[in-house]
Design a protein around this ligand. Structure first.
Ligand SMILES: NC(=O)c1ccc[n+]([C@@H]2O[C@H](COP(=O)([O-])OP(=O)(O)OC[C@H]3O[C@@H](n4cnc5c(N)ncnc54)[C@H](OP(=O)(O)O)[C@@H]3O)[C@@H](O)[C@H]2O)c1
Length: 263
């Protein structure tokens, strides 16, 4: 496959690094556009083709990963429209772009899918939501899966679940980083050096997530396994309830979902 990247910021470069590391493509099969090509020297030195123009990328590649900010996606699609053919597959990762919106602006003979990756993709631990709705062949969806499996896991969901699942996995890493920072601050306040606090917190979170995944147990049951009667942890749980932790986290995701509808 010949794959082009339009937009090479946080997500575009994470996905490009993943497919190169997993040898899904050779650098010679990759085309990227940069307003300032000197900003892609490390890719160019590996053999990736670096163009100034999005249209040149669209002409050279069969698969186009659209990784620009949501507010400029429409103008980028307008710009490359003349270069699109029925051989192309467009993959949009833009927040606030469900399939009906993408399908309404992409020419009818051009395949397209909507996917929502997340930032842990940059360390190969992403969780990408793929929307079932779109215009694609089974072989094209298989390629999409391969691309995003190279930076983590993928889940194919029905269109009606896409926006919420995308916000859950796409936005929540920021909420988790906020949680990590709060735990570290409390540890630092209690005299622990920040680097030690950070590594212990991250390991603890990773282990807790593994436990939730591997056991499939209800999170309340897992919580109960830590809370001894009359012990230290249940004191902390009481504080979380007093401070509105559960409601605050729910509200954070609900607001992210609502904002996604207004983009
Ligand atoms: N970050 C996340 O956690 C995350 C998660 C899920 C989905 N997404 C989606 O991923 C997309 C990209 O987000 P991001 O965080 O990677 O943003 P980003 O880091 O700001 O990257 C955007 C890229 O687009 C480039 N660009 C701007 N205008 C362009 C144009 N006209 N033609 C070609 N390239 C252009 C920018 O280049 P310059 O820097 O040279 O301007 C930059 O490389 C968004 O649609 C977002 O909704 C992001």
């Amino acid at each position: 496959m010949k794959i082009g990247f339009i937009g090479l910021g946080n997500m575009g470069s994470a996905i490009l690094n993943g497919i190169l590391q997993k040898n899904l493509v050779t650098p010679d099969d990759v085309y990227v556009s940069r307003k300032h090509p000197e900003n892609a020297k490390s890719y160019a030195s590996q053999g990736v083709h670096v163009f100034r123009s999005n249209i040149d990328v669209a002409k050279a590649a069969d698969i186009l990963l659209l990784a620009v900010k949501p507010n400029i996606l429409e103008s980028v699609l307008e710009e490359i429209r003349g270069a699109l053919t029925d051989h192309h597959l467009l993959i949009s990762i833009a927040a606030g772009w469900p399939p009906e919106r993408l399908l309404s602006v992409v020419p009818e003979n051009v395949s397209c899918v909507c996917v929502m990756p997340n930032v842990p993709a940059s360390v190969g631990a992403g969780c990408t939501i793929l929307n079932e709705k779109g215009r694609y062949t089974p072989e094209q969806m298989d390629m999409v899966r391969q691309i995003f499996n190279s930076v983590g896991t993928t889940a194919l969901v029905e269109d009606r679940y896409y926006s919420v699942c995308g916000a859950l996995t796409g936005c929540s890493p920021a909420f988790v980083f906020e949680f990590i920072e709060a735990l570290c601050d409390a540890a630092v306040l209690s005299g622990i050096p920040k680097p030690l606090a950070l590594s212990l917190t991250a390991e603890m979170l990773s282990g807790s997530a593994q436990m939730a995944l591997k056991t499939g147990a209800h999170p309340g049951a897992l919580k109960d396994r830590v809370c001894s009667p009359g012990g230290t942890t249940i004191e902390g749980i009481r504080a979380l309830h007093e401070q509105g932790f559960h409601a605050a986290v729910m509200e954070a995701l609900i607001r992210a979902i609502e904002k996604g509808k207004r983009l």
